[in-house]
Design a binder for this molecule. Sequence first.
Ligand SMILES: [Zn+2]
Length: 205
Amino acid sequence: MIFFYGTKASTIKNGIINNVTCPHCDTNTGMNYSIFGKYAHLYWIPIFPVGKVKILECKNCKSTYELKKLPESIQQKFNKEQEQNPSKTPIHHFALLIIIGLGVIFGFYSSFKSDSDSKEFAENPKVGDVYFETTSTGKYSTSKVTKVTTDSVFVLVNNMEIDKKSNVYKINTNSNFTTNTYGYSRKQIIDFVKDGKTIYEIQRK
Ligand SMILES: [Zn+2]
């Protein structure tokens, strides 16, 4: 796999400093400057900032300089102007870190929500609930609640099972449910969800 990565820069501030002497044309003049924020990118999505580049241009002779190559007196003037009017690194230079962070938070939240939903659905079963299960052979399958009584839950069993947990939704189709009904006590269903394995998730529409 080829990764497209590297660094790019975008302008984060433009301004002027006045009353400086250009080292090239020796004129007392002003200089326009631009501050570029450099950022590391992956597939052109900014990951994080990697520093700033400061470029100045003499208004008189149009010579351009990197700040660090100019005389100390001009650098000091520039830095004073920045203290009064600081440039900020734009938040989108952190885009990928923010996206990953949000993804992690959302992942934790969904898994927490799904666990608490499953416990709640186990305690109050309803016709139509789908149980996602680990089979006795260590594969994955589903069953569907068809009847609930005061002490029992009856399910239709899926004909199919699948190796990959993330693909179990593929076999969870109506045509895969046989007429074979199994009955469990309601207590068993709660225990199956508690062990987190026999039934690892309950979905309700
Ligand atoms: Zn000049």
